[in-house]
Design a protein around this ligand. Structure first.
Ligand code: BV8
Ligand code: ZN
Length: 247
């Protein structure tokens, strides 16, 4: 387990910093991680089962209800100190002419709410729902829908504008993420189990190009052994410590 100083040193020396975040960063905002999203009523389902176009085609009521419950839960969530520390880090890099890019797998937009900008959303967002017939997209920030699946004015079923398993990622977001990983000389993987591709490929692309790599995660993951440094602690504690050491 690493202490902070070598990572602080690497940040001071780096020119192009890339950060990939996962559900672990939103856990301290009260949003269950993807693996533990299946609580209570949903405990008997495997998330990868529900988060697929096939599941929505088979049972649009159940899948849209699950997502709307997650959306309403996100409404009660606020950015935590980990989100805010990443926004501070982006500002710190900007002041020193370093490039900083935040890539997220999360769909809650808490990074943007904390002040991060130009965030690459690899897996879309739960705040936007898209008509499966006419493609119309609407941002939904209110309470629960009145019916499931919610209907578009054209009569089509509406789905969350997230990327399901087996679906392609948004082309522009994925291109930007690959370019960012290739150009980075310091890559952070924060709050993610690193199991889902192509997001999980990014750190390997960065490392192959010679970037130094760091993991900040509650527990070791499949990539811990590959990183130069690993901090196993809550992101909401480790990131503010990192940001505070930089001032
Ligand atoms: C694609 C949005 C091309 C929806 C998500 C076989 C057949 C078919 C496909 C595949 C296959 N094998 C592999 C694939 C590709 C597949 C894949 O990777 N599958 C996995 C299951 C092996 N990927 C895809 O399908 C992608 N598309 O490849 O298209 C294609 C097309 C057709 C066929 C083949 C290829 C699309 C993937 C996107 C899926 N959508 N999210 C939604 O949210 O409902 S994925 C979802 O799970 C998340 O977005 C995230 O990406 C992923 C993992 O979640 P994490 O964020 O990592 O969260 P997790 O719970 O896993 O881990 C949290 C971590 O945080 C833990 O380590 C924990 O210790 C830590 N933690 C907890 N608390 C804290 C903390 N850390 C710090 N502080 C804390 N407080
Ligand atoms: Zn429509």
């Amino acid at each position: 387990m690493t202490t902070l100083p070598p990572i602080i040193e690497a940040l001071r020396e780096a020119k192009a910093i890339a950060v990939l975040t996962g559900a672990g960063v939103s856990k301290e905002s009260g949003i269950p991680t993807f693996r533990d999203a299946m609580e209570g009523l949903w405990a008997k389902y495997d998330p990868a089962e529900l988060a697929t176009p096939e599941a929505f085609a088979r049972d649009p009521e159940k899948v849209s209800r699950w997502y709307d419950e997650r959306r309403v839960r996100c409404s009660a969530a606020r950015p935590n100190p980990g989100h805010r520390a990443l926004a501070d880090l982006q500002a710190w890099c900007g002041e020193r002419g370093k490039s900083f890019t935040l890539i997220t797998q999360n769909i809650d937009r808490l990074h943007q709410a904390a002040g991060s900008h130009d965030v690459i959303e690899l897996h879309g967002t739960i705040w936007v729902w898209r008509c499966t017939l006419c493609g119309d997209e609407q941002e939904e920030r209110g309470g629960p829908f009145e019916r499931y699946p919610p209907l578009c004015a054209c009569g089509g079923f509406r789905r969350p504008a997230v990327v399901w398993f087996g679906e392609m990622l948004p082309e522009q977001a994925l291109r930007r993420a690959f370019d960012t990983a290739e150009a980075s000389d310091l890559f952070f993987s924060i709050g993610t189990s690193g199991l889902v591709t192509p997001a999980a490929d990014l750190i390997h692309i960065a490392a192959r190009r010679g970037a130094r790599t760091a993991e900040i995660n509650m527990e070791p993951t499949s990539i811990t052994g590959l990183t130069d440094w690993a901090i196993h602690a809550p992101a909401g504690e480790a990131l503010p410590r990192l940001a505070a050491a930089l001032v």
